[in-house]
Design a protein around this ligand. Structure first.
Ligand code: IVH
Length: 675
């Protein structure tokens, strides 16, 4: 390579790496595998080393991570949070071992091997044994203060188990377990929401949410892997880990001391397959010099410690053939290309198809019919086609052209600005869009109409018994009795018998009393998820107020931003959506918040806190009763609180605080007699 093209190559690599850094750290998204990323980074580092005249102080090779998120307070890390340099081979490990021995001038080096958990790095500070502050890595020097969100991590001790007044800092990895990730996505599926892509991104995205109660639902866990403070009597990483365990941290029992690099290699082989059976995603092994004095002596480069290295396992990859490329239409009209593959076993499951996402992905891969492709399944739920094996391509193969027409209804597709996504705009007649909208309408968190599955919907739409959600409420027994439709892509036929028909009709009837927020969510307005629907319905007490609201009023609602407001306005400016709402209203569905009758002003201006569980009411009902009788409800005790209504299992802290503040405590029956 001549000087000019080397310079160009370096610049291109920097640009590419910056792009992926931004996606990974700021948007919690990754579109290339860690292996591909590392290859690019290693190439950049070696070119910069060979051609120091092109080195640059702002090169991504010298940086640790992304920038800092805006919405959290930032703090400087006590010591920089570095990365680890990555290796993929035994030769690299031998080089690492030789380097360490040379620098320490010793042949007798002990290592500690740990699993490399794939999550989000945290630095956690304890003052006087108490959890004081939790920071993300941020840019390595400054991190975001996500203390409130970290409080939702049940395995992170709030107080340390020690007799001494400990002031320490520890570091670890927050993550979402595989099983929990699966449950979270099941819930998303039920709500017809877009699925989380992988546990790592979900953990990182969750810790950056502003609402901690939302974070708590994600059930984040945390493994601690290092003590970042000097403690008397602790001279090795192994002693550090044992100590961390003793004082209450969640330290997994998978670490092992190795007396030489060959034992390290044995540890690596041992976990290569076994790690797939753990409930946490891991992407390699971390090898650390055990002796802390040696660690200090070896020190760090600007990017990573010299005393540690990561051995990364390659994501399992297989070669298979592309039998076909089909296009699928979703409920919003988005058309997604899907590769139909020669079935292949990978990561414990058989893969038959892989999403190709959009135009850009097809162009990036230059994928064609009958091509052989490399497919990978890392932590992702969906397997990824990483590259095409061009050498195996059949002679005369033609570039694959993205369809210009909807694969279902044939109408011309449009490509939305800036996005590489094609849409079918024939939403009124295009069948998959109709099925999708109705499936969403009846889903669990929407109208929760049991006894109707996707096949039934398809059958009802195809026979023109229903065409939109409001038609569901017009279905009569005679319309559907003995109706036959295909199951499993046409292999089996099912016929609706009397019992099924009654069940369907009953569950449709029951759904009429679903609250306004379920109904608003059921309409399927883009970006209006269940939580947003709840916020909107508690602000706008009926649908007409929302339909007539302007942009400013809509964005004044808690957690509703420009994108959602624009989408709502667009939805209601469409005549057919207003017709749908009117038709649903005519069928007796409730497009307004329940109006509560004011009962009395017996509790006028009194402030109540409610704690524990009760026999005559749920906690929410009791709080509602207070409001209906003129009182106010507060979440926490303060000098302004007048009464604490206590039920069974009230938290002991509340009791102590109530005593301290001299607040009157009353039982459920005392409360009832007050009203
Ligand atoms: S020790 C670099 N041990 O890997 C400072 N890191 O690329 C020493 N990680 O950000 C880190 N498991 O969050 C260490 N057992 C482990 C780890 C681990 C995962 C993460 C860590 C760090 C990243 C380094």
């Amino acid at each position: 390579m001549d000087r000019e093209s080397t310079k160009k190559k370096i610049e291109n690599l920097r640009e590419e790496i910056e792009h992926h850094n931004k996606l990974y750290y700021d948007d919690s998204e990754n579109i290339i595998s860690d292996y591909e990323y590392d290859l690019k980074m290693n190439e950049l580092i070696s070119l910069e080393k060979k051609f120091p005249e092109f080195s640059l102080s702002t090169s991504p090779s010298l940086k640790v991570g992304g920038k800092i998120t805006k919405d959290f307070k930032t703090f400087k890390h006590s010591t920089q949070m570095l990365s680890l340099s990555n290796t993929y081979s035994d030769e690299d490990l031998n080089d690492f071992d030789k380097r360490i021995k040379k620098l320490l001038d010793s042949n007798d080096i002990e290592y500690i091997c740990e699993l490399k958990y794939d999550g989000v790095a945290l630095s956690i500070l304890y003052e006087d044994k108490k959890l004081k502050r939790t920071l993300t890595r941020g840019d390595g020097k400054y991190g975001d203060d996500i203390s409130n969100n970290a409080l939702t991590i049940k395995t992170l001790p709030i107080k340390l188990n020690s007799n001494e007044n400990l002031n320490i800092e520890v570091r670890g990895e927050a993550f979402i377990s595989k099983s929990n990730f699966h449950l979270l996505n099941k819930e998303k599926e039920k709500n017809n929401e877009q699925l989380f892509s992988n546990p790592r991104n979900t953990a990182s995205g969750s810790l950056k949410l502003q609402d901690s109660s939302e974070v708590a639902k994600r059930k984040i866990n945390c493994f601690i892997y290092s003590l970042n403070s000097d403690i008397d009597g602790i001279y090795t990483q192994e002693e550090g880990l044992n100590y961390l365990k003793e004082i209450g941290f969640n330290v997994p029992n998978t670490y092992e001391k190795c007396n030489n690099i060959d034992e390290v290699k044995t540890y690596i082989r041992k976990w290569e397959d076994k790690r797939n059976y753990l409930d946490v995603e891991t992407d390699g092994i971390v090898i650390k010099v055990n002796n802390l004095k040696y660690q200090k002596k070896l020190g760090n480069t600007s990017k990573s410690p010299r005393w540690a290295i990561a051995y990364k396992y390659k994501a399992e990859s297989k070669v298979t053939k592309v039998k076909d490329i089909l296009f699928q239409v979703g409920r919003t009209g988005a058309v997604t290309p899907v590769a139909i593959l020669e079935p292949v076993k990978i990561g414990g499951s058989v893969v038959k198809r892989a999403s190709l996402h959009n135009h850009n992905e097809i162009r990036r891969l230059d994928i064609r019919l009958n091509d052989y492709v490399n497919i990978e399944k890392g932590g992702e739920i969906i397997p990824k086609i990483t590259s095409v094996i061009k050498e195996k391509r059949e002679i005369g193969s033609k570039e694959f052209i993205f369809t210009k027409n909807c694969p279902s209804c044939g109408s011309s597709l449009i490509i939305k600005n800036k996005q590489a996504v094609s849409y079918c705009k024939n939403d009124l007649l295009c069948r998959p869009q109709i099925y999708g909208r109705i499936e969403h309408f009846i889903s669990k968190n929407a109208m929760d109409i049991e006894h109707i599955g996707p096949e039934t919907i398809k059958g009802l739409v195809d026979r023109e018994i229903i065409n939109n959600a409001s038609d569901l409420y017009k279905i009569k027994f005679d319309d559907i009795i003995n109706l036959e439709f295909k199951l499993n892509d046409g292999e089996k036929i099912r016929s609706l018998k009397e019992k099924s028909c009654n069940n369907i009709i009953d569950s449709i009837k029951i759904s009429k009393s679903k609250p306004f927020s379920n109904l608003l969510f059921a309409l399927g307005i883009r970006y209006v998820g269940k939580t947003t629907a709840e916020k909107l319905t508690s602000h706008f007490s009926n649908i007409d107020k929302l339909i007539n609201a302007d942009f400013d009023e809509i964005i004044s609602v808690d957690e509703v931003g420009d994108k959602i407001a624009e989408s709502i306005i667009k939805y209601f400016s469409d005549k057919k959506n207003i017709e749908l709402v009117n038709s649903l209203k005519n069928s007796g569905l409730i497009f307004s918040e329940k109006i509560q009758e004011f009962e009395s002003n017996k509790l006028d201006s009194l402030v109540f806190v409610v704690s524990g569980s009760f026999s005559s009411f749920s906690r929410e009902e009791l709080q509602e009763k207070i409001k209906l009788n003129g009182g106010k409800v507060s979440k926490s005790l303060s000098s302004k609180t007048n009464y604490l209504v206590f039920g069974d299992n009230m938290g002991p802290k509340k009791k102590i605080k109530a005593k301290e503040l001299n607040i009157k405590m009353i039982s459920e029956s005392e409360f009832i007699s007050m009203i």
